[in-house]
Design a protein around this ligand. Structure first.
Ligand code: ASP
Length: 451
């Protein structure tokens, strides 16, 4: 039996947390592969090691020595090592590792940044392995290059290469606990490259899939995933079981427990993901599974996200014009604009996009082309849009959920600009003005969880 466990930055922020993490690993012999993030914040005001490393890299790129920034990174690791009573040699090893990266060529800034960012996870893994060895356990630091963590050459946003899986499978046979640094891997040509921020979740999911793990445990600092953002509703309903698809929909609209790309590898292999709390290991956490057996209510979770906009157009007899939508999408593609939703009527079409991507400059180009090339008759842009979604597998077989939600929102005086339901019927999306986003989430929560 094999469990792959990933620990986030808050679970590794100091010596006390690292002891907890190691206790968790040692309390179950099937926990044999651990993935570590870089040490995170020790308090609200603290700075994550990854952010310190980015500041250091930027200083170097701008031609400064970065002495202060380097000192800050080294002292984070040195403090942990001292508090864990580790030999000085490990701090010297970490310092040498950092200096080598710092003095690398900065000409290719993206490449340099990735090498620096990866130092947080890499050295944290060395430190944790050293601690486990010191307390007499069989443990080893795993070098992602030697293990075969092969990624595409997309600095700051790498993707796994399919051939990596076969090589990573070998980790199954490693004796004792393997400590694998998260967040980065290597290109075919041997360069360090990172996933996007928060990417250690992705490393964990890849390793769980590659080694055919029984479960992927993702250890963080909350007891479970909640049905709604706890900063909007206090003491929200915990979710004990959720499907990959439900989780995917909710993380899209702002649930930030797991990295958005992290579910895919586990999902493809059908490996359950268990979100757990390092600070409360007895809590069962949330199980993310392929199919659910238990349904407490029709809605599993509610989420809201701001920062959207809609491009709305109409043209008489639009439905009869073959290829109209295709031409609209081609114009968007020419301008490199991805879209999120596309609700339509017989003679109207709206495209929902992220506001930061559909910039005012892009808006000008695209609206001109729509008017000139497609002769649309009315055209408007709404830049004040948030999306609120209700998600639940049980919705597909329950009549009237959308009506209940729409009714609750209308009673609360929230105007619905858009309603959209995907064909899977596991979610319904409402477009509301940004100032109503949190309020709408609260009202929907009342309707589905507090009645
Ligand atoms: N340390 C990286 C970050 O802060 C990756 C991670 O923690 O998953 O983004």
């Amino acid at each position: 039996m094999l469990k792959v466990c990933k620990f986030g930055g808050s679970s590794l922020a100091n010596a006390e947390q690292i002891r907890k993490v190691c206790d968790i690993m040692l309390s179950d012999p099937s926990r044999r592969i651990m993935i570590v993030s870089a040490p995170g914040k020790r308090s609200r005001e603290d700075i994550k090691v990854t952010d310190l490393l980015i500041a250091l890299a930027n200083a170097r790129i701008s031609g400064y020595e970065g002495a202060l920034e380097l000192k800050a990174v080294i002292s984070r690791f040195a403090d942990i090592a001292t508090d864990l009573n580790l030999p000085v040699a490990i701090v010297q090893e970490i310092e040498a590792n950092l200096l080598e990266r710092v003095h690398d060529d900065t000409a290719n800034t993206m490449r340099y940044l990735d090498s620096m960012k990866a130092a947080g996870e890499d050295n944290c893994a060395r430190l944790v392995a050293c601690y486990l060895q010191k307390i007499g356990r069989t443990a080893s630091y795993v070098h992602p290059k030697e293990a075969g963590m092969l990624l595409t050459e997309e600095y700051g946003n790498a993707q796994i290469l399919p051939e990596a899986y076969e090589r990573l499978y070998e980790l199954r046979h490693q004796p004792g606990i393997s400590v694998f640094p998260g967040f980065f891997g290597y290109t075919q040509s041997g360069r360090i490259v990172t996933f996007s921020r928060g990417g250690s979740d992705i490393t964990g999911s890849i390793l769980a899939a590659a080694t055919d793990a029984q479960v992927y445990e993702n250890w963080t600092d909350v007891d479970s995933v909640y049905a709604v953002n706890p900063s909007i509703v206090s003491n929200p309903h915990p979710i004990y079981e959720i499907t990959y698809n439900e989780m995917r929909e909710l993380s899209y609209a702002g649930f930030s427990v797991l990295h958005e790309e992290a579910l895919a590898p586990a999902y493809r292999k059908g490996i359950p993901v268990n979100i757990r709390n390092t600070n409360n290991p007895s809590a069962r956490g949330t199980m993310i599974v392929k199919e659910r057996l238990n349904f407490e209510g029709v809605v599993t979770g509610i989420a809201g996200a701001k920062g959207f906009c809609s491009l709305n157009m109409s043209k008489y007899l639009m439905n009869r014009e073959v290829g109209f939508a295709l031409k609209v999408l081609r114009i968007l593609a020419d301008e490199q604009i991805p879209f999120e939703h596309m609700p339509s009527g017989i003679d109207s079409l709206s495209i929902i996009m992220r506001k930061d991507i559909f910039t005012p400059d892009k808006e000008k180009i695209i609206t001109n082309r729509l008017l000139e090339e497609l002769n649309v008759e009315t055209l408007s842009v709404n830049r004040n849009l948030s999306i609120v979604i209700i998600v639940g597998e049980a919705m597909a077989r329950t009549v009237g959920v959308t009506a209940r939600a729409a009714n609750a929102l209308s009673k609360a005086g929230v105007n619905l600009e858009i309603i959209n339901q995907g064909s899977s019927e596991i979610s319904v999306m409402f477009g509301v003005r940004e100032e109503y986003c949190n309020y709408a989430v609260k009202e929907l929560y009342k309707e589905f969880f507090q009645r």
